[in-house]
Design a protein around this ligand. Sequence first.
Ligand code: ADP
Ligand code: ZN
Ligand code: ZN
Length: 733
Amino acid sequence: MEVLVGCRVIVPFGRSKYYTAIVSRIHTEKPEGYTVKPVLEQIDTAPILLPTQLKLWEWMADYYLCSLGDVYKAALPSGLKLESDGEEIIGGFKPKEEVRVRLASEYQSEEALHALFDQLAKTPKRLDLLMRWLELSCYFSGDIKEVSKHWLMSDVNASVSAFNGLVSKGIFQTYMVEVGRLSSGSADKSFVRHKLNASQSLALQQITAIFQQKNVCLLHGVTSSGKTEVYIHLIEQALQEGKQVLYLLPEIALTTQVTKRLQLVFGEKLGIYHSKFSDNERVEVWRKQLSDEPFEIILGVRSSIFLPFQRLGLVIVDEEHENTYKQQDPAPRYHARNAAIMLAHMVGAKTLLGTATPSIESWYNATIARKYGLVQLMERYQALQLPEVRAVDIQELRHKKLMHGTFSPQLLNAMRDAIEQGEQVILFQNRRGFAQLMECHTCGWIPRCVNCDVTLTYHRAQNQLVCHYCGYSITPPQACPACGDTDIRGIGAGTERVEDELKTYFPGVKIARMDLDTTQSKSSYERIIHDFEEGKTQVLIGTQMISKGLDFGNVSVVGILNADLMLNYPDFRAYERAFQLMEQVAGRAGRKHKQGLVILQTSDVKHPIIHQVRQNDYQGMVQMQLDERQHFHYPPYYRMVYVYLKHRNAQLLDQMAETMATKLRVLFGSRVLGPDRPPVSKVQKMFIRKIMLKFEAAASHSRIRTLLMQVQQEMLANDKFKSLTVYYDVDPA
Ligand code: ADP
Ligand code: ZN
Ligand code: ZN
């Protein structure tokens, strides 16, 4: 068989190990320094990897300072990677079967079912599951539907032991069904395309004109201006030209609503690729994209940039400012927006970046560097008004003892009015990671770092206040240095506490909570959204998940419970993020004939970001941030690279980090900062240190790469240091 580039082959490693590899180049140059082994077998008869994919992998490994193997691991679904320790090559693709659940026939009469209810009254979890089955199967409608076990058990409260109990008692029966994995929604033939209004058509024309000259265009459109409608028209144009489209979304958070809309328009042409897909589902999509009948449009999350595209013509990056486009761990730590632009560039496709709040980088690229075109869509569809944003001083209210826990009287009143009129409320509580601040409850004093302009973060386990930039740390003071009071507390009520509090103020009102804890499965996420859309719940409490692209028609009040948490986050992007988040959340408020109201609770009403959010002053925010970034040498004026060092022994690690920083200083001088302890400085018994590098935007990447690799090699060549792990985060976000 002829060996082809892009095909998988099985290669021997050591004595008895076999790996799959991908042929990247065929040549006749004799390798030096090692003996070659024969390829055992070629698995594929046709390439599973297209030449541009390999090119993207190579770019990614080079730019993000990782190995090609790291990219390979992230890019290829594991079903396509066969690995083994012995004779047998394991893994591979299996047709999908699904477990379904039915109610045993002897219970399918009214009498028997009632007897069963009585019997299960003592085991409420079993009763719950039965009730859920009855609901999902539409039992009482007479037209009983099949229920998959997966669906039945996707409820957060569903108990596995209760399920097993019902099966062993013969109440539930399970059976297997073979199902095709790619559920493609069919287009509703009766669906009429929306006609663009005047400003949307103009935007479409401008984008098309820009694509004649530039590869990338930034569409800055306020929330509900109809960006998605513009995307749909652009996609149609691309399809007419016989091109494929990649539509990127930050997280599954967006998929349900946007998916429905795109499915209505594009039906079976649309393929979906998201993070909750099983590996087999990924393999199916991958294979389909290599076939003669690929999906013409892929709607997917960040990893869909790795899919094979045969004639990609357009990439849309929706909500381009979202930082979840950046992969944090493991390598490759890539930014999907930037990688998508690179992918498009490699195949001669165009990229559209869309958002209501452009990232500072993209704004800079569009307006100052003029690498991208810029199109703005500044009015909401049907002249829907932007909401009124009222800032409420919680510091003052606390002083006057008027705060009800997390809630100001203003917010409670606005909520009461809305609920009485049958309208809905969204409450936003941001709580990023483990970060917790301390604050003097009397005067609002917040401990800050003596070296850096950031607040200190409280680490409960060590009882320390720590600076995430320089590592400075102190024990929390007994008394406030500003007012002498001893009432110093951690701030940052979680969503769960907010929910409990709310139940006491609004008994009987249906409240839903959406955060990482309540959305473990895709279906629970969808159910929360669905119930809110249908008006089954009146108040939705959530983390940043709710800020993303959701479109509800009946929300009149949005409450931002504590803006301080966002503003005080120790990161140079904190203000930009806070603005983006608050704008996005505020954008959920407003109905057809009524201006929405946003109550923004903060103890710093005079903060410039608060002012900018109230005025909806995006440009004011950008200008101020750009000035600061330039002044303090941050992106987009400078490029940042974090060097991470990892080791089991903290003392030795500190020594290694110092040595490495010294070596780097010799080469890069004052561009080197640190070493510091990163916010999470110990993971799985490994200690971590961070060295920060800031390069001028114009500095040569390949030169930087060469020097960094050289230093790394020098470090590892030292016998004492050879157990050190080094990795990089380029353009950290
Ligand atoms: P964005 O993506 O900018 O937030 P959307 O595209 O979601 O805005 O539009 C907001 C709402 O207005 C959606 O419900 C959408 O269906 C509706 N809409 C926008 N433009 C049109 C149009 N030209 N015709 C009909 N409905 C539209
Ligand atoms: Zn105080
Ligand atoms: Zn500091």
